[in-house]
Ligand binder design. Structure first.
Ligand SMILES: [Zn+2]
Length: 404
């Protein structure tokens, strides 16, 4: 038997052969089902018919990128790891991006592996995640900024792959991320590799559209290269993706600061935890928002005004939401607003640039993007799933502890 290491009170077996865990950003199960059905992912189809596993699991709510990447790399919920959004409001009332590892309340599985002498590596498409994933001194790189990065020995990353890195709004960036991870892993001898992709394609195209077809074909080929290089390969999505539009195709948005002002609630601040630097994806519009109130005496009036908006399906107070969704109560709003499947939530009409969306809006964040694919390309032990409800945060447990 190999060595084990502990991360957040769970033991993980040190891998005997290299493991590639992929965060498949925005892979609603509909994309995977469509691509498999139409033969666009022949390598994945082959491993699934050869004993691999594909199940629908659950994502962390809110169904945004940072909370779910951090859940996957720590193996625990946001209540334990402290990351409930891409973005948050600090004690001084300033809105801040969640990029600094000091924000983490749990160590990553990769940091624990690294400390135990298991060579670990993280490669992310979006540079915004790079510093979080570097927690504990884990070598961490981004495809977005690969042209500026070097290995510890000074080798430029692009020299390893022999190609330039695609732009952040280029559909080829995710497949490039996998190839970059494989090339760095080969050079550094990494055994536990995490690759986090980007959901630009999923924000831009529905299952079956030409852009999605090209994307899933290219990813399948990259996964094939990982399998051919001897990697144990697994994937979990961070969240699903849905069209958030009215019948005429225009963005279906409720502006919550505007609605609260109209109801006479002053001193309310809507925070959109989807906010990140990649505005072409979603214009900072997602299906869940926090409301911070200057005066908690306004709580009931604010809740009433928000609950009466069409497209709002739930308004929870801070503690009810923390309890329902395993969230850190001190890092969410006084109120948590949930939109229905076709609706997104914003601050005010003036605060969001709908023009950046190229005329369509597909997004995520709420309860309707909680179902995610979890895929393991090797057979699991007979009771590997053990009848339990799986979360995307169980991916490393499956890949390190549950293989046949
Ligand atoms: Zn995402």
């Amino acid at each position: 038997m190999g060595r084990a290491f502990m991360a957040n009170e769970r033991a993980y077996q040190a891998p005997q052969r290299p493991v590639l865990a992929v965060c498949a950003d925005g892979w609603d199960p509909d994309y995977v089902d469509d691509a498999l059905e139409r033969g666009l992912m022949p390598r994945l189809g082959e491993v699934l018919s050869g004993g691999g596993t594909y199940v629908i699991g659950r994502a962390q709510v809110p169904t945004f990128t940072n909370p779910n990447n951090v859940a996957i790399v720590t193996g625990v919920s946001a209540a334990h790891n402290g990351v409930a959004g891409n973005h948050y409001r600090d004690d001084a009332g300033q809105e801040v991006q969640v990029t600094d590892p000091s924000f983490l309340r749990a160590r990553t599985i990769h940091a624990a592996a690294h400390a135990a002498g298991v060579p670990a590596l993280c490669v992310t498409a979006k540079d915004k995640l790079r510093r979080l994933l570097a927690d504990g001194g884990v070598p961490s790189f981004s495809a977005e900024c690969a042209h500026e990065q070097t290995l510890p020995d000074g080798t430029p990353l692009l020299e390893l792959v022999g190609a330039g890195n695609p732009d952040i709004y280029d559909w080829r960036l995710s497949a490039f991320t996998i190839d970059l991870a494989l090339a760095i892993a080969r050079r550094l001898g990494s055994l536990l590799v995490y690759a986090s992709l980007t959901d630009f394609v999923q924000h831009s195209a529905a299952p079956g559209e030409p852009l999605a077809n090209s994307f899933y074909g290219a990813i399948d080929a990259a996964l094939g290269r990982a399998l051919d290089a001897g990697f144990v390969v697994g994937l979990a999505a961070d969240h699903g993706m849905r069209a958030k539009t009215t019948a005429d195709g225009s963005p279906n948005v409720r502006f919550l600061d505007d609605a609260l002002a109209a109801a006479g609630v002053t001193g309310a601040h809507t925070l959109c935890p989807i906010t990140d630097p990649y505005v072409v994806h979603h214009a900072a519009l997602g299906s869940l928002a926090w409301i911070h109130l200057d005066d908690l005496g306004d709580l009931d009036r604010a809740r009433g005004a928000l609950a009466s908006l069409p497209g709002v399906e739930g308004v929870l107070d801070r503690f009810a939401a923390a309890d329902a969704f395993e969230l850190p109560a001190d890092r969410i709003g006084d109120l948590v607003v949930l939109a229905d499947a076709r609706t997104v939530l914003g601050k005010s009409r003036a605060a969001h640039d709908l023009g950046s969306l190229n005329g369509r809006l597909r997004s995520h964040g709420g309860l309707h993007e909680r179902d995610v694919p979890i895929i393991v390309c090797q057979p699991l032990e007979p009771d590997g799933l053990a009848g339990r409800e799986l979360y995307n945060r169980d991916l490393h447990d499956l890949l390190l502890n549950r293989l046949a």
